[in-house]
Design a protein around this ligand. Structure first.
Ligand code: ADP
Ligand code: ASP
Ligand code: MG
Length: 411
């Protein structure tokens, strides 16, 4: 059972979570719980780090200490939930990432899980003690605290469930399942009863924050079903949530399953490039050396025959890093100038039914054109179409696409 930030936002919510956990334990289940920090806490901690690191750039990287600080939110909630459980008469103890240990690589702030040692943890479960694990955190090869990237408690939970060979991983959050789009933006968005791993993976990677992308990847690779449900359900009211699981035939009938959006995008254009083989490879090498992930890429020839323009997108947080690296490599890459636009959003439609249906792109582009929304860049995969648009039109585009594909109607 994993509980997100709003589910453990205060002591009242933590008492309620203790009740939900004790109900599972009372059914005779061995229960491992993963908790996030109280909502808002991680942002607050990140704010402290940002403020101090803005003082100067003397002293180099601070990512290791960032992790030491931001991981503390989860330490608090794991201890509080263990106390709340004991006060209900349920045997429980907290586990920090390093205590399990949950081993990660050394990529501070976005570490990947390498291994979870389950011997001691499992023994404790077998002894009838509920394990309350601080999500989001692990231990690096250097023995330092590491964190798994924002939203990483989902990944802690799925990885632990896989390691423990659990039957299920239940992710409790503030919505009662995975919706056809973010219910905060579209009021008639619909809860999906089931969604295929691949679709959830695309939705998450295109911006649907309900599950961290890596958690879906792990679940898919290990065929571990995830149930997304709410911790706010009224007693006695059914709370079936959404099952994220392997694809079945019914799912294919749905052409589009969901719409995702991301405002965390920035568009970089390199103008007057030498049009010779190897240019894109050079740009990508420069970006990867700077640790910047490049997403959409479009190359176009300009009016002058030997010149090209390239447009690509990076995460908004990486813009400064990307531009600095490009400027440093200007001679090697051979471009005239750089243009940056950080007022762009990516809006995507996702559905495994797209593999076998035609006309999906047409419907999408027409819906956007009807609202006067201009498309900057298009990217497609077998089960996804993404467009880059002016940030100002994000919500309008999401609503337009949701209704163009009639996602509010039960299929
Ligand atoms: P938690 O703190 O429990 O991890 P998050 O805030 O990370 O919760 O994720 C839940 C939020 O994800 C919801 O409140 C909702 O606004 C957002 N969300 C975005 N897209 C979707 C979607 N397709 N279905 C459900 N929720 C979504
Ligand atoms: N508390 C962390 C965050 O806010 C991890 C999580 O909530 O999953 O990103
Ligand atoms: Mg989350």
């Amino acid at each position: 059972m994993k509980f997100g930030g709003t589910s453990v936002a205060d002591l009242e919510r933590i008492r309620h979570v203790a009740e939900l956990v004790s109900q599972e334990a009372a059914k005779g289940n061995e229960v491992a719980v993963v908790v996030s920090a109280m909502s808002g806490q991680t942002n607050r901690l990140v704010g402290y780090v940002d403020a101090l690191s803005a003082d100067s750039d003397i002293g180099g990287s601070i990512d290791d200490e960032y992790d030491a600080i931001v991981a503390s939110g989860e330490q608090v909630t794991s201890g509080l939930l263990a106390i709340a459980l004991r006060r209900r008469g349920v045997k429980a103890r907290s586990w920090q990432g390093w205590q399990i240990p949950l081993q990660t690589d050394g990529a501070h702030a976005s570490a990947r899980i390498k291994d979870i040692e389950t011997l001691a943890f499992n023994q404790s479960l077998k002894d009838g003690i509920v394990g309350v694990v601080a999500g989001f955190q692990g231990i690096s090869p250097e023995g330092r605290v590491s964190t798994l990237g924002r939203g990483g408690s989902d990944t802690s939970a799925v990885a632990l469930a896989v390691a423990l060979k659990a039957d299920r991983c239940d992710i409790y959050t503030d919505v009662d399942g995975v919706y056809t789009t973010d219910p905060r933006i579209v009021s008639d968005a619909r809860r999906l009863k089931r969604i295929a791993f691949e679709e959830m993976l695309e939705l998450a990677s295109q911006g649907a924050k309900v599950l961290q992308t890596r958690s879906v990847e792990l679940a898919m690779n290990n065929n571990l079903p995830i149930r997304v449900l709410t911790s706010f359900a009224k007693p006695g009211v059914p709370n079936p949530g959404t099952l994220v699981c392997a694809e079945d035939e019914n799912m294919e009938e749905r052409v589009v399953s969901g719409v995702a959006y991301s405002r965390d995008e920035a568009q970089i254009s390199l103008l007057k490039l030498r049009d010779v083989p190897g240019i894109v490879a050079n740009i990508c090498a420069t970006m990867s050396q700077a640790n910047v992930i490049v997403d959409m890429i479009v190359q176009g020839t300009s009016r002058k025959e030997d010149q090209a323009n390239i447009v690509f997108t990076v995460g908004r947080r990486d813009v400064e890093k990307a531009v600095a690296a490009l400027e440093a490599a200007q001679e090697k890459i051979g471009f005239g100038s750089i243009l940056v636009n950080d007022k762009v959003s990516k809006v995507s439609i996702v559905g495994i039914g797209m593999r076998s249906h035609t006309g999906v792109a047409h419907t999408m582009f027409e819906a956007l054109a009807d609202r006067g929304i201009n498309i900057e860049v298009i990217a497609t995969s077998e089960i996804k179409i993404s467009v880059l648009i002016d940030t100002e039109y994000t919500e309008l585009a999401v609503r337009a696409l949701h209704s163009a594909f009639e996602l509010e109607v039960e299929s």
